[in-house]
Design a protein around this ligand. Structure first.
Ligand SMILES: Cc1cc2nc3c(=O)[nH]c(=O)nc-3n(C[C@H](O)[C@H](O)[C@H](O)COP(=O)(O)O)c2cc1C
Length: 158
């Protein structure tokens, strides 16, 4: 039988940096499990491992930005895919969105969001967020999750 992680590569997904804020505490993590789930209201769902530091800030602060990475931004996907870094937000240029969530100025586009509600899903939490504002910042082709190989070390998790 083929490896499940190879077959899952056929489910097309983008790569995003989800940035969170709780007051003056900020953080960001790389995410592939992001999708639009409603037109009106405009809702995005983010599937997040509740052990991530970003989850604590997302729950307490209630805001986030979803920043779309381009194919050329593999270094950003890798950096924000790491945990336990004290200076994680020192990479990239950040500005505050309307909600107070940090926005990555190098991204192709961003969605500024407020948390609506949460649903449990196995070892992750699906955080459903209402989009407050969205803007295109740069021009390029969006990165695909399949371009990242085993950057997230997920082959160990099945
Ligand atoms: C390409 C890629 C995709 C990822 N997708 C997700 C995801 O959708 N959800 C998630 O919870 N973690 C995802 N991760 C893992 C987190 O980015 C990673 O665990 C990060 O270190 C968490 O950061 P934090 O603990 O500082 O919040 C992904 C990592 C990579 C490299």
């Amino acid at each position: 039988m083929q490896e499940i992680e190879n077959i899952l590569q056929h489910i097309t997904q983008g790569v995003y940096v989800v940035a969170v804020a709780d007051g003056d505490k900020t953080n960001a993590f790389t995410a592939a499990w992001v999708m639009q789930v409603s037109f009106s209201p405009l809702l995005l769902a983010i599937s997040i491992n509740p052990e991530h530091y970003s989850y604590q800030l997302l729950q307490k602060g209630g805001v986030c930005s979803v920043n779309v990475l381009s194919r050329e931004q593999m270094h950003l996907a890798e950096h924000f895919g790491k945990s336990g870094m004290s200076d994680k937000m020192s990479l990239g240029t950040w500005a505050a969105a309307l909600t107070g969530a940090p926005v990555l100025q190098e991204s192709l586009a961003y969605f500024d969001c407020k948390v609506s509600h949460e649903i449990s899903a196995g070892d992750h939490q699906i955080v459903v967020c209402e989009v407050q504002e969205a803007r295109q910042l740069n021009v390029g082709v969006a990165m695909c999750y399949s371009d990242t190989g085993n950057m997230d070390k997920s082959s160990d998790l099945y």
